[in-house]
Design a binder for this molecule. Structure first.
Ligand code: NAG
Ligand code: NAG
Ligand code: NAG
Ligand code: NAG
Ligand code: NAG
Ligand code: NAG
Length: 409
């Protein structure tokens, strides 16, 4: 196989506001168009806020998972809380958003139904304490997402939430919340995502061997590198100052893109790449690639990430303030008579990259960023820090993304 990725995020609310329902009588049938590119804008902005890219840390998270959990909160929001979420999540109104949300769910379920060689599961739940009076209409619209629990029984409530997360992530994230996280909680928004894909062009295990990985030019260590030579889509982005390579998974729609600055540009090259990364530069790079013969060399790796309340801090810097502020949060569409606001956040993500993937070689071959169309055969050697993006080509949705900088971390 293999690529396992999973992520889960929980937003915990502790403590009301006015009633309002949405779209009870609206047509929620699946729309013909589903432009979801705003998720990528949101995800990349969040990535830049939250990833301490000038440090030697690796990083991994699911922007889509965070977007989904916040979108569920959005359905319950009103007033300025709603306006802030609309701006930051790049969504327009509740009806359109709900249609898009259901479209994605439908699409991902359909794809899953037709394939046995890959798994992609995403699930959302909003758990409310039994003392919270949920509005009837929201309950009807979000029937499959809303659950009522007894949060005074913190241990049992945590188990219920963790069972849901563990189940969705096939045991890769066995627990997300602890009993103590739920003391005084009134609502928990949880999202879990799991992806397991097989490389379309797998790496031979026998070709994997130790190579040096340079976290910096002075700090290097041996890591197991997977290698293969084949025809891959490859490109050069002048804006990002990086080479880009596509490693497709079976099923075609989902690929990993690796963004690798030239070795000689060092830390500055990596940081400049992150600074210049946005949906425009990423999509442009993805749309301007050519299939060439290339030797791909990529480390085998496993990353686990826990992001705590710094997720809320980053979202606040992006403009989501009211949702996290007890006196002003407006979640009246969920429960008009309960003061709800989100007080904590937890995001966990896990990725494992192994053979059944790619191969690469010498880094120096790719220094010139002036060549728009690279000539092959070349080497794409990931022996120094790179970014990777797990991307759904059809909806242009960033499912997961991360940075590999330090094998010793
Ligand atoms: C990274 O950048 C931040 C903000 O510019 C700064 O406060 C921090 O000291 C930097 N860390 C390192 C290791 O350079
Ligand atoms: C909360 O939002 C609803 C719907 O937008 C609005 O009617 C209500 O006045 C808001 N409540 C407060 C306290 O701002
Ligand atoms: C799944 O298979 C069904 C029946 O063969 C087909 O109608 C449908 O278009 C397929 N869906 C996707 C997303 O491939
Ligand atoms: C776990 O997943 C299975 C199959 O998807 C489902 O039938 C079961 O109800 C789930 N259990 C929980 C606790 O969500
Ligand atoms: C992704 O979509 C583009 C068009 O948007 C297409 O040219 C490309 O072949 C697709 N790639 C995969 C792997 O499906
Ligand atoms: C994306 O980044 C590029 C390079 O930094 C910049 O020129 C462009 O204005 C940015 N686009 C948006 C929409 O922010």
């Amino acid at each position: 196989m293999m690529k396992w990725l999973s992520a889960a995020v929980a937003l915990l609310a502790v403590t009301s506001v006015q009633p309002q329902c949405f779209s009870e009588n609206d047509d929620l049938s699946i729309p013909p168009s589903n432009d979801l590119s705003g998720i990528a804008d949101f995800g990349l902005e969040l990535f830049k806020e939250i990833f301490p890219y000038n440090t030697s840390s690796n990083f991994f998270f699911s922007p889509y998972s965070v977007w989904s959990a916040l979108t569920l909160a959005y359905f319950g929001s009103g007033g300025n809380t709603q306006s802030e979420l609309e701006r930051v999540l790049r969504i327009e109104d509740k009806v359109t958003t709900l249609k898009n949300w259901r479209t994605l769910e439908f699409l991902y379920d359909m794809r899953q139904a037709n394939r046995s060689d890959y798994t992609f599961k995403v699930a959302n739940r909003a758990y409310f304490d039994k003392t919270v009076g949920l509005t009837g209409c929201v309950n009807d619209i979000l029937q499959s997402e809303l659950r009522v629990l007894d949060f005074s029984q913190t241990q049992e409530a945590a188990e219920t939430i963790n069972d849901f997360v563990s189940n969705t992530t096939k045991g890769r994230i066995p627990s997300l919340v602890e009993a103590k996280d739920l003391i005084n909680a009134k609502m928990v928004l949880a999202n879990a995502a799991f992806f397991k894909g097989t490389w379309l062009y797998q790496f031979k295990k026998s070709s994997t061997r130790p190579h040096l990985f340079y976290s910096t030019q002075q700090d290097y260590t041996f890591v197991d590198m997977m290698t293969q030579k084949g025809h891959f889509r490859h490109g050069v982005s002048e804006e990002l100052g990086a080479h880009i390579l596509e490693l497709p998974y079976t099923g075609e729609a989902i690929s990993m893109y690796i963004l690798l600055p030239p070795f000689i540009t060092g830390e500055q090259g990596f940081n400049a790449m992150v600074e210049n990364l946005n949906a425009t530069t990423l999509h442009y790079a993805i749309d301007n690639m050519w299939r060439v013969e290339v030797e791909v060399i990529v480390p085998k790796f496993k990353l686990e990430q826990l992001i705590g309340d710094e997720l809320m801090d980053s979202l606040t810097r992006m403009g989501i303030n009211d949702l996290f502020t007890p006196t002003v949060a407006n979640l009246s569409s969920f429960a008009p008579d309960t003061d709800l606001s989100v007080g904590r956040s937890i995001h966990k993500a896990f990725v494992e990259v192994s053979e059944e993937g790619t191969e690469a070689g010498g880094a120096t071959a790719f220094i010139s960023l002036r060549i728009a169309r690279p000539v092959g055969p070349e080497k794409f050697e990931c022996n120094h820090p790179f970014l990777f993006v797990i991307y759904d080509n059809l909806t242009r949705n960033i499912l997961f993304m991360g940075a590999y900088k330090n094998p010793k971390a």
